[in-house]
Design a protein around this ligand. Structure first.
Ligand code: BTN
Length: 243
């Protein structure tokens, strides 16, 4: 059953393999502004081939959009930014940060993650998981995790989704303006953790450390070390000095 907020069509499911799978089959025949949200995922996916533990009561949803390739880098950052802004709308006093590329940290622990996949035609699929009421506790998890309720933020799946889509719609409109890209990037830089500090990026077969100098126009992480500035496309960030 689809519901409309700000002209987004939201399809709610009881159980799916992954909301990213469902939206891939829907987006071409529906329209641009569709969202798939499920109460349960039996095969939730995370970045870099990992599993996403889909714990009961948390939020799992996917969007499908046709994105202008010229602004893809900024668009991707904008999705993480929107999550931070949504959490700040719910509770302005909490410590919300982005861990490059798109993890959202609440009080220095991961509360949300995002998986981008190529959809059919020119669609980009954006799958988002938010720990609303529970967070995974397991030795497989590479970074500490938390939930919104752990920080005293109590919100339903529907309330969070509605606030997120409202902010996302605003940011999409901003992206269309002349100065929108620069504004969104600056806002993102205001949220990102560790700018100007030393960090380590772990990739499949190597690890690199250096000073985090920002992001380039594609959204790649710029890490400065003895050899100069390296542009890093994919990896997991670890902070050398945790704060
Ligand atoms: C990560 O941090 O590794 C990304 C996690 C993305 C999880 C979401 S939950 C909704 C959507 N469906 C999936 O299978 N994955 C994403």
């Amino acid at each position: 059953m689809a519901k409309k907020y700000d002209r987004w069509q939201i399809y709610y499911y009881d159980e799916v393999t992954s909301t990213n799978d469902i939206i891939k089959n829907l987006c071409v025949k529906a329209n641009d502004k569709i969202v798939v949200c499920a109460q349960k995922q039996t095969a939730g996916r995370g970045r870099m081939g990992r599993q996403w533990q889909s714990l009961a009561g948390n939020l799992f949803f996917s969007l499908a959009l046709n994105v202008d390739l010229r602004s893809l880098g900024t668009f991707i950052l904008m999705c993480g930014l929107t999550l931070c802004q949504t959490i700040h709308t719910l509770q302005p006093m909490v410590n919300v940060q982005i861990k490059w590329p798109n993890d959202v940290l609440l009080n220095n622990a991961k509360v949300s993650g995002m998986l981008l996949e190529k959809g059919p035609a020119d669609y980009l699929i954006i799958g988002i998981g938010v720990n609303l009421v529970q967070h995974p506790i397991s030795s497989d998890i590479i970074y500490p995790t938390t939930s919104l309720s752990n920080a005293g933020i109590n919100v339903t799946i529907q309330q969070f989704l509605k606030l997120f889509l409202k902010q996302f719609t605003k940011n999409l409109a901003l992206l269309e303006t002349k100065t929108g890209c620069a504004t969104l990037r600056n806002q993102w830089l205001g949220y990102v953790k560790g700018l100007g500090e030393r960090l380590t990026v772990r990739q499949e077969n190597q690890e690199m450390s250096g000073v985090f100098r920002g992001i380039d126009e594609n959204g790649y992480l710029m890490l400065e070390n003895d050899t100069g500035i390296c542009q890093i496309r994919v990896g997991d960030v670890f902070y050398i000095k945790e704060s």
